[in-house]
Design a protein around this ligand. Structure first.
Ligand code: TGC
Ligand code: FAD
Length: 395
């Protein structure tokens, strides 16, 4: 068929008409989340960011939409497709990375860990209230001296009768202070790593909030301090005793970031596009200058590229062909691209680009965390490098 100038209207916000690749259910979920973000998050998130808070009641509102653990099945969970979950992450992160983090950590890290590695009793006890937002979870892997290399963790769990005694410190743990249950990964012997469900209020367990962040400010980030915390054997994941346990959960959350980062980029692009049409400089809107158009065209290119990558990975995940290395490539490319979009958008806004009146600097700062958490850009580069060459360059 010939290429015509007007088969459909060209939408600057969906330049390549990627919408047409989504089915009706995916679009319906996407639209519901988009509306929630526009009505509930966008008007207030600048203030939350400035104050360094994320209102606790937001979890219940997110739960009402069925978003916590939406891609998991059984135990009353929705069992939505990977693409629907990805679109949800995109729309949430168009609001703020902190809001997407709340949902990622709850659903892809804490709930997924219990769903994948927990006992039947653990699943029945925790998954329904976590889906409802009545219980919040966190995922404690990183330590002050073990981030990219979680295999060097120092937190220990020692058997004592029918209990385990946990000692150590976790750091940078999203949702930690507000969590009812913490999935804590600890060393149980030479080369052995087990997961434990540490409950709020267990003696010796504290989760102080980490302050003074200049990124992900609308997100609770905490230390987990464990001093002789007694955890019963029934709170240990029965089936996994190596790093494979936590790393399998990271695949899920990293997949959400492949999509989410596109949302942050889209919000920056839309802000810059609107601004460029209104801002008059040297007698005409800056949208009319070639240098501005180049920036906008590069942003649109990156957002469309990243969306197609995310959608392709989502379809592969739904078909069961997605590999961790694919997710690494998606996270590398899409987060780097989102940062470039955010920085370029910020220049279009000039001085206004540095204020919280516009979303751009907030997204730009958030993306610095997104670049680092869930495996740094360098870690994912080395994962892809190893897959390409067969050589391990981590050590
Ligand atoms: P390595 O020897 O390669 O592997 C150890 C065991 O794990 C298995 N494995 C995986 N399994 C599933 N998925 C993956 N992606 C896996 N990667 C490895 C592997 O087969 C092996 O299994 P087994 O059965 O033989 O024991 O491990 P390594 O020590 O060499 O480390 C590899 C490396 C560096 C890639 C890994 O440690 C890594 O990914 N480091 C980055 C750590 C990280 O991403 N931390 C994130 C913490 S959570 C977080 O940031 C939340 S942010 C909040 C939010 O999302 O909003
Ligand atoms: P390091 O591992 O010390 O890395 C420092 C630098 O060295 C990085 O640039 C890194 O890429 C580079 N580097 C490391 N290894 C190599 C190598 N082999 N070759 C070349 N360069 C290398 N963790 C959790 O467990 N749960 C959470 O909920 C959680 N939430 C977070 C929320 C926020 C806001 C942030 C900022 C972090 C969070 N993290 C969480 C921690 C996050 O996963 C770690 O920060 C991340 O894995 C990197 O670890 P690190 O900070 O110790 O950096």
């Amino acid at each position: 068929m010939a290429i015509t100038a007007k088969p459909t209207e060209l939408d600057p916000r969906d330049f390549l008409a990627i919408d047409a690749l989504l089915d009706d259910e995916e679009k319906a979920i996407r639209d519901t989340v988009r509306r929630f973000v526009r009505e509930r998050i966008v008007p207030e998130v600048g203030e939350w960011f400035e104050q360094g808070i994320l209102p606790r009641e937001l979890a219940k509102e997110v739960a009402k939409l069925g978003l916590f653990g939406m891609h998991l099945e059984g135990y009353g969970l929705p069992g939505a497709s990977s693409v629907a979950y990805g679109l949800t992450c995109l729309e949430l992160e168009a609001g703020d990375s902190g809001v997407r983090s709340l949902v990622s950590v709850q659903g892809s890290l804490a709930m997924f860990a219990i769903w994948r590695w927990g006992s039947e009793e653990q699943k029945q006890r925790w998954l329904p209230p976590m889906h409802e937002g009545d219980a919040i979870g966190c995922f404690g892997l990183t330590e002050p001296d073990a981030g990219s290399d979680p295999g060097s963790m120092r937190t220990t769990a020692t058997r004592d009768g029918s209990d385990w005694v946990l000692n150590g410190t976790k750091m940078w743990i999203t949702n930690g202070t507000i969590a009812d249950v913490a999935v804590v990964w600890a060393r149980t012997g030479e080369g052995a790593i087990n997961g434990f469900l540490v409950e709020q209020g267990m003696p010796g367990f504290e989760a102080p909030e980490m302050k003074h962040k200049l990124s992900l400010r609308a997100s609770v980030t905490s230390e987990l301090v464990l001093k002789d915390v007694r955890v019963p054997e029934e709170n240990r994941f029965p089936e996994v005793s190596s790093l494979r346990g936590p790393l399998s959960c990271l695949n899920e959350a990293r997949y959400g970031i492949v999509w989410g980062s596109v949302g942050a980029a889209r919000a920056c692009f839309e802000s810059a596009l609107d601004y460029s049409k209104e801002r008059m400089v040297f007698g005409k809107p800056i949208a009319g200058y070639q240098l501005t158009q180049q920036k906008l065209a590069e942003m649109a290119l990156e957002i469309n590229r990243a969306t197609l990558v995310a959608l392709h990975l989502g379809r592969m995940k739904d078909e069961g062909t997605l590999r961790p290395e694919h997710v690494s490539m998606g996270k590398m490319g899409n987060v780097r691209g989102a940062i470039e979009v955010a920085r370029s958008a910020r220049t279009i806004l000039g001085g206004n680009g540095i204020t919280l009146e516009y979303p751009v600097i907030r997204h730009m700062n958030n993306l610095e965390s997104v670049l680092t958490y869930e495996g740094t850009h360098e870690v994912h580069t080395l994962v892809v490098g190893q897959a390409l060459t067969g050589e391990n360059a981590f050590r």
